[in-house]
Write a protein that binds this ligand. Structure first.
Ligand SMILES: *Cc1c(COP(=O)(O)O)cnc(C)c1O
Length: 442
């Protein structure tokens, strides 16, 4: 059964035909391919088409699909039993590994998703400080817990408003909205809410508004503001963790957070999240302390096996990060060249292996800048790339994930497809020979 038929069936029994909204292709139109298999940086769909995957399950698969060493560990764990709901050695090994590689972390609690990690870290921050308010940044995503599904209202620098039906005003009222890369907006919130802010939660590289790296001084400035006002700094490293490097954003930008949250890569493709911090904070978590948090499947041995195997492989080959960065830069340059060739206004942001082309002439340093991207152009570009076998996230406001499994030829193939895509955008003929090298399976 092909993708289209599967999607029709799916829509009868799953809202929008999906289990997570972005997969439904609403932002780009058209129908999503149903994927059947992945190997390295390649995925295949139900129609037998082959793609070069620049999503990697939204980040987790930094070594590509079906890495043999990861699969081997998973199979071994599976045969020992799928779940016990009791302590097992693999979760100790995972925590020990995180303590070893993540700066400032003495203790870890494993959970089942990034959403859960952030929700729990926020509860811990509130419990530890005895304060109730939070600062988050408009356009940053921290999962779908009520306190995090809050956006800026029409006014700037306001109390947040629910970003989803079903989120109560009560849940939203303690979440304050600041602007990413704007320290003044954070300082103003601290001044307006003295002694009330438990934590500032931030994606150290904003990677859910496309890719917006922190401006010089932004993260250190957050550190200073939090210290001055007795608030905790939470780095939501669900994307940046083990992607910027093994030590995540703290090591990459040389800024210490009080609590860090993980998801995506930490699970190696399995549903895993984690939050972590120094001992005196983590000792507040049950059963040691008064902050309750639990999980039937938390620390699941099969999930731990996948995450452990992947992080260990990264640890054994630290040079992988430089290689990813080089390939990502080549892709970014390729996109810029294509845009220049056809006169399409484009900004390409990149941080480590995270890349995002924005269809605008002005630099993108904030969520407001990102929203100025021409979404019609993004749609055209997206479908032109997909038609040439390049599988990208179906939204302007997501990152392109370059992984260890991409070979130089895969980057070249993406650039060649981009040449044709930008030609289509400009209404011109693609002048590049390589533009025809989209990879289609039989
Ligand atoms: C994906 C993401 C989350 C949520 O993780 P889930 O596993 O989807 O619940 C939280 N924070 C950031 C920065 C993310 O990118």
């Amino acid at each position: 059964m092909g993708s289209l038929e599967l999607f029709e069936r799916a829509k009868q029994v799953l809202p929008g035909g999906v289990n997570s909204p972005v997969r439904a292709f609403r932002a780009v139109g058209g129908n999503p391919p149903f994927l059947t298999r992945g190997e390295g940086c390649r995925v295949w769909d139900a129609d037998g088409r082959e793609y070069i995957d620049f999503v990697g399950s939204w980040g987790p698969l930094i070594l590509g699909h079906s890495h043999p060493a990861v699969l081997e560990e998973v199979e071994r764990a599976m045969r020992d039993g799928l779940s016990f709901g009791a302590p097992t050695e693999r979760e100790v090994k995972m925590a020990e590994l995180l303590v070893e590689v993540v700066p400032g972390v003495d203790m870890v609690r494993m959970v089942n998703s990034g959403t859960e990690a952030v929700m729990s870290a926020v509860r811990l921050a509130r419990g530890a400080t005895g304060r109730e308010k939070l600062v988050k940044f408009d356009g940053c995503y921290h999962g779908h817990s009520d306190a995090m599904l809050v956006g800026a209202g029409s006014g700037a620098l306001t109390q947040g408003v629910p970003d989803s039906a079903g989120v109560t005003r009560g849940a939203a009222q303690d979440t304050l909205l600041a602007k990413f890369n704007d320290l003044n907006s954070v300082a103003a919130l601290f001044e307006a809410n003295p002694g009330q802010i438990a934590a500032v939660v931030v994606e150290p590289v904003a990677a859910n508004m496309g890719v917006v790296p922190p401006a010089e001084g932004f993260l250190p400035g957050l550190r200073q503001l939090c210290d001055r006002h007795g608030a905790l700094l939470i780095f939501d490293e669900v994307i940046t963790g083990f992607r910027l490097g093994l030590g995540g954003a703290q090591a990459y930008f040389h800024v210490k957070a009080d609590l860090v949250t993980f998801g995506k890569i930490v699970g190696g493709g399995m549903p895993v999240g984690a939050y972590a911090g120094r001992r005196e904070l983590m000792r507040q978590v049950a059963p040691l302390g008064p902050v309750y948090q639990a999980g039937t499947l938390s620390g699941n041995p099969v999930a731990m096996a996948a995450g452990l195997a992947q992080i260990r492989l990264l640890q054994e080959r630290p040079e992988v990060y430089g290689e990813i960065e080089t390939k990502a830069e080549r892709l970014a340059q390729g996109l810029r060249q294509c845009a220049g060739k056809y006169g399409v206004p484009l900004q390409v942001n990149r941080c480590a292996g995270l890349v995002c082309p924005y269809f605008t002439a002005a630099p993108v340093r904030s969520f407001d800048d990102a929203k100025r991207s021409d979404l019609d152009r993004f749609r055209t570009y997206f479908h032109a790339m997909l038609a040439r076998g390049i599988y990208l996230a179906p939204s302007q406001f997501e990152a392109v994930f370059v992984n260890a499994s991409h070979a130089d030829e895969d980057i070249e193939a993406a650039c060649a497809a981009a040449d044709a895509a930008f030609a289509a955008l400009a209404g011109a003929e693609s002048g590049s020979e390589g533009a025809k090298c989209g990879s289609f399976g039989s």
